[in-house]
Design a binder for this molecule. Structure first.
Ligand code: NAD
Length: 486
């Protein structure tokens, strides 16, 4: 018998307490060797004035136990409140979000057959939460993608596929449009994938990939993708499989892990006692494998399958004529508890075997030669107009630029507006003015002092600069995109 493992538990908001109570009863009845430490997070904590939704003593418990079973929470609408889910994932370094989705036909209605796992990058992308209102008309959200971030998640997906005997890993990205950010993700997928010759590899542009996922999900096995796409496609996959109420999710880092349902706090059915606890229960099953209690995990998983086979269903998956009993959240938990020790008779039984077979040694990040970084120019963003871009070019030509910095383009929301813009292009009050120097690879033709001098001139000309982005080359390769129409 394993010794009791301390875990941190949060009952959450909305349907959270209802489904957590059901889940904890099942874990206890199955003999899970856990010592829960309950923390309060979410709505009440936000409303007490803690804008992160979590107090320091709760962090202390999480850092001590390193394992978190979390019910969904409600992020209050409006400014000032940060999503606790995103904060917890990032503060604890939970870079990998693993979401298995499986159809359970004919017991849970679905038009499809699927058995896939979505491995979603969990820390980067537009979820960095760096947003600014820059002008009266324009707001911005920064999409940050790092090389180590891509490498960690792609490696995780391949190691997961290997240890769970999965045959294929498909990368979803939008690198036909975002050639630098999504392009980096795709490149790293190709590079790391080459180290796994026994696993089939595939790449899909996210739009057609999502369409295929909704139409013929049986073609996918493991999908690895960036944060936002992963968030969206996992809800699509779960709903296509039968209900968002069914799927669990693991957020895993090198030190800590958090387990939850994929759905939210479902305010529309809160307090009605009808929520499906299966999503959180599946999260808890993943937790048991993680804390090396695979036998209890298998026992609960098989009892859960048997309950669904016996057509005992909560409202979200209940189909008159096909389901046998429509049960409440707590009756569903009772039915699973009654079936502990039983095997499914039609669906494939689950055996997590030796959990260590699902664990792998973290591999160090690849060492790469340090590239030579050369400053080639600058994009200066202005709040101006909206007005005729030729007029703006005239103002920008009214002073002498430092060194050989030359205005080469003005764009508006990424589209070239000068020189040779066309009147059909819609213009707003957000302008990018691209200055470049002679491109001599390996030599920095300009330096930061030149850019500061240029900014001074721009300010003296009465223009309002709102941000700048330096244009670099790395080992002579351009590190910036061209303007549309440039
Ligand atoms: P939601 O997932 O809570 O609900 C979407 C729909 O699915 C609703 O109709 C709901 O009744 C149904 N549903 C969800 N879980 C169910 C279950 N277990 N059984 C039966 N039906 C279920 O999404 P939402 O309405 O967009 O979000 C509500 C709140 O949840 C928001 O405050 C959001 O920020 C939060 N949220 C939290 C998490 C999390 O804590 N991990 C995730 C997503 C959303």
């Amino acid at each position: 018998m394993a010794s009791k493992r301390a875990i941190t538990v949060a009952y959450g908001d909305g349907i959270g307490p209802e489904i957590m109570e059901a889940t904890m009863r099942i874990l206890e009845a199955a003999g899970a060797q856990i010592e829960p430490e309950v923390i309060e997070i979410g709505k009440k904590v936000y409303e007490s004035g803690v804008s992160s939704g979590i107090r320091p003593e709760a962090w202390e418990s999480l850092r001590r136990t390193k394992v978190f079973l979390k019910a969904p929470i409600t992020t209050p609408q409006g400014g000032g409140y940060k999503s606790l889910n995103v904060t917890a994932r990032k503060m604890l370094g939970l870079y990998s979000n693993v979401r298995p989705v499986q159809t359970l036909q004919p017991f849970v209605a679905s038009k499809h057959h699927m058995d896939l796992v979505i491995v979603r990058e969990n820390e980067e992308d537009l979820y960095a939460g760096i947003e600014h209102r820059q002008t009266r008309e324009v707001t911005q959200c920064l999409k940050l993608i790092s090389r180590p971030g891509c490498e960690k998640i792609v490696r995780y997906a391949f190691e997961y596929a290997k240890s769970y005997n999965r045959k294929k890993v498909t990368c979803f990205s939008k690198d036909n449009i975002m050639k630098m950010t999504d392009g980096l993700f795709h490149n790293i997928f190709d590079e790391i994938g080459a180290e796994y010759p026994d696993i089939e590899k595939d790449h899909r542009i996210i739009d057609i990939g999502s369409a295929l996922l909704a139409d013929t999900p049986e073609r996918f096995d493991v999908i690895v993708t960036l944060n936002l796409y992963g968030d969206i496609i996992s809800d699509i996959a779960a709903q296509v499989a039968g209900s968002v109420g069914l799927c669990g999710s693991a957020n895993v880092g090198d030190q800590c892990a958090m387990f939850e349902a994929i759905h939210g706090s479902a305010p529309d059915i809160t307090g009605m006692g009808i929520a499906n606890p299966s999503g959180l229960l599946n999260g808890a099953i993943m937790m048991l494998v993680h804390i090396n209690q695979p036998d209890v995990a298998s026992k609960i998983h098989n009892a859960w399958l048997r309950t669904l086979e016996d057509r005992i269903h909560t409202a979200d998956i209940f189909v008159p004529g096909k389901s046998e009993r429509r049960v409440s959240t707590s009756e569903f938990a009772d039915a699973v508890i009654e079936r502990l020790g039983m095997m499914p008779q039609h669906l494939k039984p689950v055996s997590y075997g030796d959990a260590r077979s699902h664990a792998w040694e973290p591999k160090p990040l690849k060492t790469r030669p340090r590239e030579e970084k050369t400053l080639m120019g600058v994009d200066i963003f202005l709040d101006w107009g909206p007005d005729n871009p030729n007029k703006l070019a005239e103002i920008l030509h009214s002073f002498e630029n430092p060194k050989d910095l030359k205005l080469t383009m003005i764009s508006n929301r990424g589209v070239k507006a000068w020189p040779d813009g066309i009147p059909e292009t819609f213009l707003t009050d957000h302008w990018r003015c691209r200055y470049k120097s002679a491109e001599t690879p390996g030599v920095s033709p300009i330096n930061h002092t030149d850019i500061v001098a240029l900014l001074n001139h721009i300010q003296e000309a009465g223009l309002d600069f709102i941000k700048m982005e330096n244009l670099y080359a790395f080992d002579g390769v351009k590190g910036y995109s061209a303007g549309q129409g440039e």
